[in-house]
Design a protein around this ligand. Structure first.
Ligand code: ZN
Length: 240
């Protein structure tokens, strides 16, 4: 376990090949956190703790840490993306190269071959481009969902009261079974349509069965037999 000293209270220790920022503080409790966007591991321990004791504490939570790290990474392709000329973005599982065109009267983004054409005014700002692309994503996803929800609600015999597309960091989707409200993560529009459909069917199935129990799984088997392999493809370890 090599150690690089930063200051008397703070240093980097290596655990299982990962750097961990160790802080010794005048405190009584232990604190373990992963810091976005890269999931830096940070542990704070009481000042009387030895490095070895701190490392043992981190190791005891290692499985949880690795799970959290995966989640943090999985969320960021959309939310942390910079949209520069020549960058690649994903739409329905396919990559498109951003091509920026300056014009005095910009229209909405357009797919042409393997490019996505973004028209903008000469003095526009990066956050405006981000907004433009995300609102385009949202419109495309809303159009798709409208017809998918109608189809699946009818097929499954459920009546969702309301549904929304949201930017979410911790879930792919959610279903409030009392208000019958479904939320879907905007990030899903970057994945192939079958995966979007799978998450939707999963959330709709909660209107028939709240938990992820045996009965829920047999509902999924009945409505979408391919759901198990789609679940593996759904990147990242976020719940739904
Ligand atoms: Zn669920």
């Amino acid at each position: 376990m090599p150690m690089h000293r930063i200051s008397t209270e703070e240093k980097i220790i290596h655990i299982q090949g990962h750097p961990v920022k160790l802080q010794k503080k005048n405190m009584k409790s232990l604190r373990l956190r992963l810091i976005p966007p890269h999931g830096e591991i940070r542990v704070s321990v009481p000042s009387w703790y030895s490095d070895k004791e701190a490392a043992q504490f981190v190791l005891s939570r290692w499985e949880w840490i690795m799970k959290q790290k995966k989640t943090i990474k999985a969320v960021h392709p959309l939310t942390q993306q910079n949209y520069n000329n020549g960058d690649t973005i994903l739409f329905l599982g396919e990559p498109y190269t951003i091509t920026i065109i300056e014009t005095s009267r910009p229209g909405p983004p357009q797919i042409k071959g393997d490019q996505i054409i973004i028209e903008e005014k000469a003095n526009s700002l990066p956050h405006q481009r981000k907004q433009k692309i995300e609102s385009w994503y949202r419109t495309k996803m809303k159009d798709m969902m409208d017809s998918l929800i109608t189809y699946w609600a009818d097929k499954m015999g459920v009546e969702p009261q309301e549904w929304k597309i949201r930017k979410m960091n911790t879930r792919w989707g959610s279903c409030n079974t009392v208000s019958r409200r479904i939320w879907l993560n905007l990030e899903l529009i970057t994945m192939k349509p079958e995966i979007l459909e799978y998450v939707l069917v999963h959330e709709l199935a909660h209107l028939l069965e709240r938990g992820h129990n045996k009965q829920f799984k047999s509902l999924m088997d009945r409505f979408l037999p391919s759901w198990r392999s789609l679940n593996i493809e759904l990147r990242g370890g976020l719940p739904l």
